[in-house]
Design a binder for this molecule. Structure first.
Ligand code: AMP
Ligand code: MG
Length: 724
């Protein structure tokens, strides 16, 4: 396998929901992406864990990153069990079998019943499973202890003989037992494997030639590093997943390969067993390098992120289409783009003043809590609530005051009050503030009515954001409010992607520049100003490469300039397969172009290809088709290239204000706008009608199949703004 971009480690649990507060012996997920640790995630039950894992797989795949996920429980049972249980010697058949039998909710599951049933079927009710964590509730066929126990299979896998301190997967209860985790873990893995069929390889049973690999790991292999981290405080499981993810992510490639090189086709293996020193080294070396506690320094400017991280190139075949398909449905075309493209822009740390509108390259956490210390939310008087008496209050004032940025040094004695101004840190001895409008004040005393609640008019430290928690997620286009949040929580710089640079070229002998004298048969270039404008609205840098006549040499020169000066090239015109369709002809010649015949209207074939490694989107020449194809296909693809992930436009249903009978076969986009809560469409559907584009404020999307639309029929409206 090629090296992985992202390593995730899961510390599993066979028990029930562990509640809202992070705690040990729950499920924990540690992720290290491109060498950067993410804060470990606490997952209170397996339902949440399954969702988190599916999201992770989705995110990494759509970003084109290779992902390795390690789980801390056996992937298989001792030899012979799969055959006896399922009739096949395939350990993955056990996964599917268990998925069929196990029922699981955050509050209850049937693992002991299933184990009892297996024992009755395969071991006369005396084994292979034993152990029952339900006091007073016996399970037929499941021995509670090893008394009377008989196991028709081996007690341990070969790997467990080589791993002192490991537990047998047959033991379902008792401290350290792993059996319940296996029964409750394999069904989840089986579902993920089906859901992402063809994208996940299960080690060591399948070749590692897919973008995602599941491996079996064992946190005890890095016990030394975990113990040292634990001595500094924090939850053991969180340290385990964080350190193990980091260790695997930072292993030199030959070591990683050596660890993956095992032969255990039936029982599986623990990755890294026998290489403990290498793992400990990788975990410890990196641990010493960062000493920022909860934050781990992963996003700090000035470490290894100061030099831009250059992304890998796109694959040559990223625009290939499945053979033999005539017209590709829109959703298939989008799904292909989504799985094949990944960010092509480098990432750098930039000061907040340069970050607006850029795309965040990594998840970012708060360095400091907001507010950093308890403070007052109003102008008034502060005191200790516990020192109040019953009835009306008269409190002497201490000398001095506390204002924002000018704290009061002393301590306010019980039964006293102090003048405080909005934003001031609460002085020692103060936990409650009364509004100045609610008191009668002299220079020495204040008086007020009873009834104020403890803590009134104060803000708790960290009530908005606690240090160390996630504040902004990778892929986000930074808004002014994001900059406020980053600044308030101590971030002076943010890891952002370079802006995607897009070259725009118009092709056609008929085109002239607006303002030029127009001869017969000539038209002014409409697409270029439109496409350049769209790219700017998307937040990209543009490179205007002008108009190019229908002539290969000229087009070649323009494409060369685009490939050297931009990350993406957008052309319009000449994209079909006619005599003057030089864009497709040239890209074809270069051997890296595919004509995408997408079942969409408006839109003739799109020509997608790589020119010297730079992706080219060859749009149709008709302005309406050029705009629709840009919004529907190029926009989400460019979002991926730019590091923002896959963004589908957010539309909503509106009653139609028009009538239309739509034939099946092609998805259709109509120029539309919303008036009085209904969707109006432009009178003419002609794809050269630029006035209709300008009239429209969005698109109505009609489904691939036939549709009969009458006034009032709900139709999907996609405002132009939702593509930004
Ligand atoms: P083509 O895709 O090159 O066959 O062009 C299809 C139609 O779109 C023709 O009528 C072209 O004249 C027109 N067209 C192509 N490029 C532009 C452009 N940049 N501005 C306005 N119309 C264009
Ligand atoms: Mg043309």
């Amino acid at each position: 396998m090629t090296p992985v971009d992202t390593v995730a480690i899961v510390d599993w649990s066979g028990g029930n929901d562990t509640g809202p507060r992070p705690r040990r012996d729950a499920i924990w997920l540690g992720v290290t992406r491109h060498g950067q640790d993410q804060p470990p995630a606490y997952l209170r039950n397996r339902t949440d864990a399954e969702t988190a894992l599916a999201t992770l797989i989705d995110t990494e795949r759509s970003a084109g990153r290779r992902l390795l996920i390690g789980f801390d429980f056996p992937f298989a049972y001792p030899s012979g069990f799969a055959q006896a249980l399922t009739g096949q010697a395939d350990p993955l058949a056990v996964w599917d079998w268990l998925d069929q039998q196990i029922t699981d909710t955050p509050r209850a599951n049937n693992r002991f019943e299933v184990a009892g049933a297996i024992n009755r079927a395969l071991g006369q009710g005396r084994g292979p499973f034993w152990g029952n964590a339900r006091p007073g509730h016996d399970i037929p066929g499941l021995p509670r202890t090893k008394a009377g126990y008989a196991n028709p299979f081996a007690d341990r896998r070969a790997v467990e003989h080589a791993a002192p301190g490991s537990f047998t997967c047959w033991q379902l209860a008792g401290a350290g037992a792993v059996g319940s985790q296996v029964l409750m873990g394999l069904p989840v893995l089986a579902r993920l494997r089906r859901r992402f069929a063809g994208h996940i390889a299960i080690w060591p049973f399948e070749p590692l030639d897919r973008p995602v690999a599941f491996v079996e790991i064992w946190p005890s292999l890095i016990d030394g590093a975990v113990k040292r981290a634990e001595a500094q405080g924090g939850i053991r499981d969180a340290h385990q997943v964080r350190l193990l993810a980091r260790a695997l992510a930072r292993l030199p490639e030959p070591d990683l390969r050596a660890m993956l090189h095992v032969d255990a086709p039936e029982e599986g293996w623990i990755m890294g067993l026998g290489h403990e020193d290498k793992l400990e080294q990788a975990a410890a070396a990196t641990d010493a390098a960062t000493t920022h506690g909860a934050d781990d320094g992963a996003e700090d400017a000035g470490t290894d992120t100061a030099t831009p991280l250059a992304p890998p190139p796109l694959r040559d075949d990223c625009f290939a289409l499945p053979a033999g398909v005539d017209w590709t449905p829109v959703d298939d075309a989008l799904a292909l783009l989504r799985t094949r493209l990944h960010p092509v822009v480098a990432q750098t740390d930039r000061p907040l003043s340069q970050a607006l509108g850029r795309i965040l390259a990594r998840d970012v956490t708060a360095l400091r809590s907001n507010p950093p210390q308890p403070n007052t939310a109003v102008d008034g008087y502060g005191f200790a609530h516990a020192s109040l008496t019953t009835g009306d209050q008269v409190l002497p004032l201490v000398q001095g005051r506390a204002a924002a940025g000018i704290p009061f040094d002393g301590t306010v004695p019980p039964g006293h009050a102090i003048r405080v101004l909005t934003g001031a840190a609460l002085p020692a001895g103060v936990d409650t503030v009364i509004l100045q409008e609610d008191v009668t004040a002299t220079t020495t005393h204040i008086a007020f009515r009873p009834g104020i609640k403890p803590g009134a008019n104060t803000r708790r430290a960290g009530e908005d954001v606690t240090a160390g928690t996630a504040i902004l997620a990778a892929g986000r286009r930074l808004t002014p409010a994001d900059l406020a949040l980053a600044s308030a929580t101590g971030r002076a710089a943010l890891p952002v992607h370079d802006r995607l640079r897009v070259a725009v070229i118009s092709t056609g002998d008929e085109l002239i520049e607006p303002g030029d004298p127009a001869g017969p048969g000539q038209i002014f270039d409409a697409n270029r100003p439109m496409l350049l404008g769209l790219m700017q609205q998307f937040g990209f840098d543009t490179l205007d490469l002008g108009r190019v006549p229908d002539n290969r040499a000229a087009l070649r020169t323009a494409l060369d300039r685009g490939a050297s000066g931009a990350d993406v090239i957008l052309t319009s015109g000449g994209a079909s397969s006619g005599d003057e369709d030089h864009v497709s002809a040239l890209l074809n010649e270069a051997g890296a172009m595919t004509e995408w015949r997408i079942a969409v209207k408006p839109g003739r074939p799109l020509a997608l290809g790589l020119w010297s490694g730079t992706p080219v989107f060859g749009l149709p020449g008709n302005p309406v088709a050029a705009l629709v194809c840009t919004l529907i296909f190029a926009r989400p693809a460019m979002g991926l290239l730019a590091g923002a992930g896959w963004q589908a436009p957010q539309g909503f249903d509106l009653p139609a204000a028009f009538e239309k009978s739509k034939k099946p076969g092609r998805r259709e986009y109509l120029r539309a706008r919303m008036r009085d809560g209904r969707a109006e469409v432009f009178t003419s559907e002609g794809s050269g009608r630029i006035s209709g584009l300008s009239w429209a404020e969005g698109l109505v999307e009609l489904p691939d199949g036939a549709a009969q639309i009458t006034p009032g029929t709900p139709v999907r409206f996609l405002p132009f703004g939702s593509f930004l």
